[in-house]
Design a protein around this ligand. Structure first.
Ligand code: GCU
Length: 689
């Protein structure tokens, strides 16, 4: 392995495989034999290698791998089926309950051997990572009896990497994939990324930005050999490779004069393009498409709709089992700010919902979790679940574009959990987002999760070391949305730093994670109104940064009040996109939750919240408290000195220091702005400029 790292720089992330600390020493020591048949399969080989590498770290012993039964106790891994070494250990009840990517793990009571059985090599790999996670967190392996299937079929990562090495909304250095318009020479690092992803359950990746420009379009043609190399790396970790494509490739690189989806020549071009890709990469996943969005080309140019566009590509991919993932982030980005009738929040639903039933079976719509754009607080997109005959996946953003850009700590799993637990009420109570995206509500052939990655070539992958927990958490949640946010954070803490749950540093870190989203929200845009950031790069406070722009993200603050009236009665009518019960919940000032109040209503500063505070006092209080709590995170972290590696300590300390100072800037900008607009003083007489 040629990648060089220092233990404290975070490169190994949650795959440290250190020997268990206090109390755990010696627990797993006897497991130094692996039995694995079928090692000519690349994924099984990966599983055996990963297990060997992990066990070596954990036991401190040399690990023997054999293809035939070895002395007990050993760890026996393999797929079910004739001649398999694992079959005898599982009842048919267990083995038949294991689905495509699932696995069963059992400890044989007689011999103490641990057996991991699965239907597919991918399942074995996930089972191996599960076992290593148990050992890495100090769990008992004496009586394992585990059966797991992933809740979601598609568990995807979207890279927003450009071929010049930059990363759109990247906050962790340059791309690990590309430099100077080629794939980087450092394929080991890409492989290390693949293993990080696979260890959390990720099974699909798009390797390029959704904004596809000329050079990137050539991935389908002259860069195909590079893409093929990357596909091989990800294949060995059971991760399917997808490409973001330029909708207008026929014009950009194909020499045609149109990208009209109904034009026979255009269709033929795509059929040939698909055939070439599949010839090089027979298990290629398919295309991700951002069309008619933020100045990207799309079918609207030709008077066609998104079903026409998506189906054209779907038809080309269909013979090979490929899929088209079509993004619903479509809105008018040239809006007239003075026009209060247009509402960007409505756009995805308005564009796509009427097309339900028109998409081919191998099209999936990818829908951002909220109707705007990954703000710290948004309601759930009403499009999720609203197209029963259409495959849908939810899109999250692990990259912290609007949540501190990996300079502030903001553990996003609690936010994602809240979204997944939201009851859309589309088929009565209990129609949660979680059940919509796992496919169980409408029974669509495809469903799942996608998310924008937060990694780059910074030595710790994510810029902020603690931002690793978001990548880890996303993967874990995509596999099992039933896990809790603190369970996931706890796993990350123990796997990364080795602290046991009852140790003080564990508790400090857990508290930091679990409070971080709330803290970030409290000193930034209030009550669901969103934005208030500097234009373009989106970092730091600027209350009116987008107020008179064409982007459709406004707060409408004046001397009387603030907020966006999205009611059906007097506003943009956005509330009517929800099922009746939720529509009523948001429509009425009496029932609208405080944290989304300004997303749905325009109210006077003196409006009294359910909390009993006025809107203006709430703004002041949360901003003073939020900044204070950000300082609290820094002083908590100081207790970690000597508990974690010095390099990791000072890195996080520096980021938390920056966050604390920056939270003051946020506090003062927001408080001052609203004090000047409203003229209403803070009840507690604190300093407002
Ligand atoms: C956001 C982001 C863009 C990105 C876009 C998208 O608007 O700021 O950089 O391209 O989302 O999701 O397509």
């Amino acid at each position: 392995h040629t990648v060089h790292y220092h233990p404290g720089d975070g490169y190994l992330a949650w795959l440290q495989y250190r020997r268990p600390a206090a109390g755990g020493t010696g627990r797993y020591q006897e497991y130094n034999r692996i039995v694995a048949a079928g090692l000519d399969d690349t994924v099984l080989r990966t599983a055996a290698d990963e297990l060997a590498q992990g066990l070596k770290g954990i036991t401190g012993r040399e690990i023997l791998v054999s293809e035939t039964m070895a002395a007990s106790p050993s760890i026996i891994i393999g797929t079910f089926g004739t001649g398999s070494l694992v079959d005898g250990f599982f009842s048919t009840e267990v083995s038949s309950a294991v689905k495509a990517e699932g696995y069963a793990i059992q400890t044989d009571s007689q011999t103490g051997s641990i057996v991991i059985g699965a239907l597919t090599p991918a399942g074995v790999l996930y089972g191996v990572f599960h076992l290593l996670r148990i050992m890495g967190t100090g769990g008992s392996v004496r009586q394992l009896n585990i059966l797991e299937n992933p809740a979601n079929q598609l568990r995807m990562i979207n890279q927003w990497d450009n071929m010049d090495g930059s990363v759109e909304r990247g906050y962790a250095g340059q791309s690990v994939f590309y430099e100077n318009n080629r794939v980087t020479g450092n394929l080991e690092q890409i492989q290390d990324y693949a293993r990080l992803l696979a260890s959390t359950g990720i099974n699909a990746i798009t390797i390029n930005n959704v904004n596809v420009h000329q050079t990137e379009s050539r991935r389908l043609t002259d860069f195909l050999p590079d893409v093929t190399r990357l596909a091989a790396i990800f294949r060995s970790y059971a991760i399917k490779l997808f490409l973001s494509i330029n909708y207008a490739s026929t014009m950009e690189i194909g020499g045609l004069e149109t990208a009209d989806p109904l034009d026979p020549e255009v269709r033929e071009w795509w059929r040939r393009a698909a055939s070439a890709v599949y010839e090089a990469i027979p298990d290629f996943g398919g295309f991700l498409v951002k069309a008619d969005s933020e100045n990207r080309p799309g079918p609207f140019t030709y008077g066609r709709d998104h079903a026409d566009g998506a189906n054209m590509l779907a038809e080309a991919l269909q013979p090979y089992g490929g899929i088209v993932i079509w993004r619903c982030f479509v809105y008018n980005c040239k809006q007239d700010w003075s026009d209060r009738g247009t509402d960007r929040a409505r756009a995805a639903y308005d564009h796509f919902q009427p097309l339900d039933g028109r998409f081919m079976d191998n099209v999936i719509l990818q829908i951002k979790n909220g109707p705007i754009d990954f703000q710290v607080r948004e309601p759930v997109s009403p499009l999720l679940g609203a197209m029963p005959q259409t495959n849908q996946v939810i899109e999250f953003q692990i990259a912290q574009e609007y949540t501190g850009q990996q300079r502030h700590v903001c553990y996003l799993v609690p936010q994602w959990k809240e979204i997944l637990d939201f009851d859309t009420q589309l088929q009565g109570e209990g129609t949660t987002v979680r059940r919509i995206v796992d496919g169980s509500v409408h029974g669509n052939p495809y469903s799942g999760f996608a998310a924008v990655s937060n990694i780059g070539n910074d030595s710790n992958w994510t810029g902020h070391l603690l931002a690793q927990a978001n990548l880890y958490g996303y993967g874990r949640l995509s596999w099992n949305p039933g896990l809790s946010a603190d369970e996931i954070a706890g796993e990350w803490i123990t796997l990364t730093f080795g602290f046991a749950t009852d140790q003080e540093p564990f508790q400090i870190l857990l508290r930091t994670f679990m409070e971080s989203w709330e803290i970030y929200e409290s000193y930034t845009a209030p009550l669901g109104v969103g934005f208030m950031v500097n234009p373009d790069h989106h970092y730091g406070p600027n209350v009116d940064g987008y107020e008179y722009s064409m982007w459709g993200t406004y707060h409408f603050a004046d001397c009387h009040g603030i907020g966006v009236d999205r009611t059906a009665a007097t506003g943009t009518g956005y509330t009517a996109q929800y099922a009746q019960a939720n529509m009523e919940l948001y429509e009425s000032l009496d029932s609208c939750p405080d944290d989304l109040l300004l997303f749905f209503h325009h109210v006077p500063y003196t409006h009294v919240l359910h909390s009993g505070k006025t809107v203006i006092q709430h703004i002041y209080d949360t901003h003073f408290e939020g900044a204070e709590r950000a300082y609290g995170l820094l002083s908590d972290w100081k207790l970690m000195q000597g508990q974690v590696d010095e390099q990791a300590y000072s890195h996080v300390e520096a980021r938390l220091r920056e966050q604390a100072a920056h939270s003051n800037e946020w506090r003062d900008r927001i408080n001052t702005y609203f004090f000047r607009k409203s003229g209403i003083p803070d009840q507690h007489g604190r300093t407002i400029y």
